[in-house]
Ligand binder design. Structure first.
Ligand code: 13P
Ligand code: SF4
Length: 352
């Protein structure tokens, strides 16, 4: 639906009042009405890198989800304040690994005699606490665009990787891109005693995968791929690596949101594409490329509901509050967590 012209005008006016004091970042899964006001758009890696690009801006308004705003706070100076326009914009995957559960997992690994040789690699989609755990234990953060490089680095440091919280990104990267077999992977279930795995299984594994997943990407299935191939002959199936292994294995191409955008920019006119990622992005791509056939991989899957929480009314409210001198919805990571989480994030930013 078209956005309310009154709200568009108010967002413009508030942004103009703030001028250089505000820097607005927008993840590719955000609504069009929000993306329109972003100074920079990107995947989670690009946004982490660009968060510090405007050191003179007092406020960073993060149009994305909570863990991204936390990362921006960690990576920018204390003088800059990070604002999340709706505090309910979380991520169900990030919520699948709590600090207590991960500490318990590390005890299980210690008891099995494997903690010393295990390097944690945590997906960006995790809380600052989990990033701090990762930093404390000599590990790195990764995103969907650098997971392979992060794993290569980690296997240079130790014999095993504890990958959290997205089992699919961990498995897909290890098996598709690094030559591991499915048998090299074991799944640690935080809801079962001992993670539901034996010490022998932990000792035999190369990849210890946390049992987390994305509730949006987890819904694409092998049937979705088969159905679209039958419906559109010659279609190229392009999916995000948060999809399940069987979906990724059946796809033609796999990559982060930034990769998906670039692949479609480079695609020839007249080509057909089925995209397995969040719907706001797929719709925007279809609109941007009227010369190509771009369809959503599975019409029963819908938006990421938490990404969608950031809408124009919330953005207007945040911008007008800031312009009136009221700081609302600030995301602030405590100093100790920040120190260790930053060590893990800096390791990612230094990956070759
Ligand atoms: P990327 O932007 O890194 O592709 O990640 C997708 C995602 O799920 C963010 O929540
Ligand atoms: Fe989290 Fe999935 Fe939404 Fe990304 S798309 S924010 S991983 S729930």
């Amino acid at each position: 639906a078209a956005s309310d012209p009154g709200l568009v005008e108010r967002a413009r006016a508030a942004k103009a009042r703030l001028g250089e004091r505000v820097f607005i970042l927008g993840h590719h899964y955000q609504r069009d009405e929000v993306i329109e006001f972003a100074d920079v758009t990107g995947d989670s890696f690009k946004l982490a890198r660009d968060a510090a690009a405007r050191p003179e801006a007092e406020y960073i308004v993060f149009c994305g989800v909570h863990f991204m705003a936390e990362s921006a706070d960690i990576l920018t100076s204390d003088r800059q304040q990070v604002i999340l326009p709706d505090l309910a914009a979380g991520c169900s995957m990030a919520d699948m690994a709590t600090a207590e559960q991960v500490a318990e997992c590390w005890d299980v690994l210690t008891d099995a005699g494997v903690a010393e040789t295990t390097v944690p690699v945590s997906y960006m989609n995790s809380s600052a606490d989990i990033k701090a755990f990762t930093g404390r234990h000599g590990g790195t953060i990764c995103t969907s665009s650098n997971a392979k490089r992060a794993l290569e680095w980690a296997f240079g440091q130790g014999e095993k990787v504890l990958f959290l919280p997205d089992q699919h990104l961990g498995r897909n990267t290890a098996v598709r891109e690094m030559g591991f077999s499915l048998d090299d992977c074991v799944v640690y279930n935080p809801h079962k005693p001992g993670g539901g795995v034996t010490p022998e299984q932990l000792r035999a594994a190369k990849m210890i995968l946390w049992r987390g997943h994305c509730s949006v990407h987890g819904r694409f299935s092998l049937d979705s791929v088969n159905e679209v191939r039958a419906r559109i002959p010659g279609v190229t199936v392009l999916v995000h690596p948060e999809c399940r292994h069987e979906v990724v294995s059946a796809a033609d191409l796999v990559g982060s949101t930034e990769y998906i955008i670039k692949a479609l920019d480079a695609a020839p006119a007249g080509s057909s594409w089925a995209i397995g990622t969040e719907l706001n992005l797929v719709r925007r791509l279809a609109k941007a490329h009227p010369d190509k056939e771009i369809v959503f991989l599975d019409r029963t899957v819908c938006f990421c509901s938490t990404m969608n929480r950031i809408d124009l009314p919330h953005l207007v409210w945040a911008l007008e509050s800031l312009a009136d001198g009221r700081v609302v919805n600030r995301i602030e990571v405590d100093a100790e967590t920040e120190t260790f989480a930053k060590a893990a994030l800096d390791r990612m930013l230094a990956l070759p």
